[in-house]
Design a protein around this ligand. Structure first.
Ligand code: ATP
Ligand code: MG
Length: 312
């Protein structure tokens, strides 16, 4: 069973991404799985090309440094031709109503006023179809996602079924899986929000590549509300693998213990990432081999889908 998951280079990898996704991919993944940097998805809102390239490279290095199997890691745009072709076929399988119904599109496009919807990129509407292409091209059977992405995996399922039923059996029908264990890490400064790499204010976000003294400062400044303390206990448990002891009325001590644990957990990842980023040829080699693996796995499905659609 091929599992497929992605991280979008919309910012630096943060502690929640690491504990909730990347470390899991390293620990639980198999070489058959696909873990990729979704740089195409990062273009659905205003983006800076140089920054996109740098973040993509950095995230790729973090995945490798964490120990995700290099055979299963790739960069989405290394398959842009294959994905472009399959996205077109799937857009011709999808209705406008299905795309416009996506909650995430409605939320992201309607943030300020009604004029904002007409000025959002068209790709914000169509990106769930690209996501379906990501999944179907690789023949993924399981797609671990957060609740917010369930609807998109449902769309991929619907499109796979429809295409198979209309033109012929090509696609594996994917299933969404929501990992149950593992808390969502909250923002340290505002525990009502989950930690996110694209948060506008990063005082409550620990980035995997933050230097240790900055990690400690951010954790010391974490809010000490019940939610904030519970979040710190979750972080501690995730780092040490043990239930946190009771730190009632000893919050300063708790914060130091959490800071120590996070710093130790991230240290090898940070050091290895820095090494990799300084070794461009090695990084390029790993990336090229991941891309060629993903591309060759995609070829048969893509050829069949094009042929059955009446193309090529
Ligand atoms: P963005 O702000 O751009 O949405 P993000 O930090 O939410 O960034 P994603 O690229 O959306 O990151 O998600 C990458 C992976 O990290 C997903 O598997 C997602 O479920 C996981 N993830 C993101 N934030 C957290 C968090 N706070 N705690 C645990 N897992 C998280
Ligand atoms: Mg997110």
């Amino acid at each position: 069973m091929i599992r497929l998951s992605a991280i979008t280079p919309s910012g630096h990898v943060q502690l929640g991404n690491y504990l909730g996704a990347v470390r899991r991919w390293a620990r639980e993944g198999t070489p058959d799985d696909v873990y990729f940097i979704s740089d195409l998805h990062a273009m659905t809102s205003s983006h800076n090309p140089a920054k996109l390239r740098t973040l993509t490279r950095e995230q790729f290095a973090v995945l490798i440094a964490t120990g995700v199997d290099p055979h299963s890691v790739c960069v989405q745009s290394d398959l842009v031709r294959e994905l472009g072709a399959l996205t077109w076929v799937l857009e011709c399988t999808c209705t406008y109503g299905e795309a416009a119904r996506m909650t995430q599109f409605k939320e992201k496009s309607a943030k300020t006023n009604s004029a904002s919807r007409s000025s959002v990129r068209l790709s914000l509407l169509t990106y769930p179809v690209l996501m379906a292409a990501d999944i179907l091209l690789q023949g993924a059977g399981e797609v671990p996602v957060g609740e917010d992405q369930l609807q998109h995996v449902e769309l991929a399922r619907a499109l796979a079924r429809r295409f198979n039923g209309t033109y012929g059996e090509v696609f594996t029908v994917p299933k969404a899986v929501v990992p149950k264990a593992g808390a969502r890490i909250k923002d340290l400064a505002d525990p009502a929000r989950k930690m996110a790499k694209s948060a506008r204010d990063s005082t409550g976000t620990v980035f995997v590549l933050d230097p240790p003294d900055l990690v400690r400062r951010k954790i010391r400044r974490a809010v000490s509300s019940p939610e904030g303390i519970a979040n710190l206990a979750d972080v501690l448990t995730a780092c040490t693998g043990k239930e946190a002891e009771d730190f009632t009325d000893r919050y300063a001590e708790l914060k130091d213990v959490v800071a120590d644990a996070v710093i130790e957990e991230l240290r090898p990842v940070r050091e290895r990432t820095v090494e990799l980023l300084e070794d461009q040829p090695e990084l390029d080699r790993i990336r090229a081999s991941g891309a060629s693996r993903a591309r060759s796995r995609a070829q048969h499905t893509l050829d069949a889908a094009l042929r059955l659609s009446g193309l090529t």
